[in-house]
Every structure is written in structure tokens, then in C-alpha cells.
Write a protein that binds this ligand. Structure first.
Ligand SMILES: [Zn+2]
Length: 204
């Protein structure tokens, strides 16, 4: 006997979208930060992942991730064809944490296309998916840091030598501030990065 399925067997991302719809349909669309929190948990993302780890993480969700040379003004691409899903991120990382930022951006666009197919668009026709995807990427990185931060602080508190502990607190504060700064200003940081690269190229 052939069982009818909802198509999530070969398409985990669709599964994520369906569960988001069932969770939030009374209050649709969900806030970007809420959607981001669910997504980060579902994806299993952690703030310090190597490219290999990111690739494996995506593969486990049925999405092929690769890092390829792309034109200067293109940070990433995504493409879905039937059950095949692919994300390409620029091989040149123009700012710290740009890989993860671009990855979340591309995922958000894929998610929106699924939501639209299912009749649950989260943004109006006149709204920009680009801006929404940036907001989502920012939110995902905030959420990922928020879940990791208590563990770091806990570790720091366990250090016996007082000066070592204070030094680590200081580093943590500096790192935290720059991380959150990069969450918000990723676009600008990448523009600066690309300008610096361009000038370097012009000079040599
Ligand atoms: Zn985009």
C-alpha cells in the first residue's frame, strides 16, 4: 500500500517550515527573532564553526553547501530544484563571521519560498525579502551567541587566579561587543572589506 506523505522525508527544510506554520499559524507571521531562534536550534548551529563543519551541518539537513569564487557584489546564492537544495557562499570571506551571516541569509530566502508555496508568506509583495533575510541572519547570530554565552561565562568564573579571570572577562566583553557589532553592520563591514581588497588589487 502506498502511504501518502507530506514530502518532508527528502526535504527537511520543508519539515521545518511545516512545523513553524503549525506552531505559529494562530499568530502568523512569527516575529523574525522567534523564527530565528527555532531555526538555529533546528539547524544545530554554533557560533564558531569551520567551513567543513558548516558543510556537514547543511548536508545533514539535505542542503549542499559550497564555497565558490563569486563576483564582488554577490555574497551568496541559493537554488532549489525539486528536492535538491543548494547554497553557494562566496569563497572570499570579506568580514569575520560573514560565512554564517550569508548562510542564514540564503536559508531565509529558501524558507520564504517554501512558506509562499504553502500559502503562508511572511512578507507582503511590496516588502523586500533581501532586507528580511538580513534581519533574519542578524537574529540567528544573536540567538546563537545568546545560547553559547552563558557557558563561556561559567567557564571564566571557574578560573582560580583573579587576574586571569578579569583578563578573560575583559576579552569576553571586547569580543562580545565586536560580535554584536558585526551582527548589525555585516553589510557595511563586507563593503569595507571588498573596498580594501579592490584597492589592494589595484595597487599590485
Ligand atoms: Zn539575498
Amino acid at each position: 500500500m502506498q502511504l501518502l506523505t507530506d514530502g518532508t522525508k527528502n526535504n527537511s527544510l520543508l519539515g521545518f517550515c511545516l512545523s513553524a506554520i503549525s506552531r505559529f499559524q494562530d499568530n502568523w507571521p512569527p516575529e523574525e527573532l522567534v523564527l530565528a531562534e527555532d531555526f538555529v536550534t533546528w539547524l544545530g548551529f554554533k557560533p564558531f564553526m569551520t567551513r567543513d563543519a558548516l558543510r556537514q551541518m547543511c548536508q545533514s539537513k539535505g542542503v549542499t553547501l559550497s564555497f565558490e569564487p563569486l563576483p564582488d557584489d554577490v555574497r551568496g546564492l541559493n537554488c532549489s530544484f525539486q528536492d535538491k537544495k543548494e547554497i553557494v557562499v562566496s569563497r572570499r570571506e570579506l568580514a569575520p563571521f560573514a560565512d554564517a551571516h550569508t548562510l542564514f541569509h540564503e536559508f531565509r530566502e529558501m524558507i520564504e519560498h517554501s512558506f509562499i508555496d504553502l500559502g503562508y508568506a511572511t512578507i507582503g509583495a511590496s516588502d523586500s525579502l533581501e532586507i528580511q533575510a538580513e534581519l533574519f541572519a542578524m537574529s540567528c547570530r544573536f540567538k546563537a551567541a545568546e545560547t553559547e554565552l552563558p557557558a563561556f561565562i561559567q567557564k571564566t568564573m571557574g578560573i582560580e587566579k583573579r587576574w586571569e579571570r578579569y583578563l578573560l572577562y575583559l576579552l569576553l566583553a571586547i569580543f562580545g561587543a565586536s560580535y554584536f557589532f558585526s551582527c548589525i553592520y555585516m553589510r557595511q563591514l563586507e563593503d569595507i572589506g571588498s573596498e580594501v581588497q579592490r584597492q589592494r588589487y589595484v595597487r599590485t
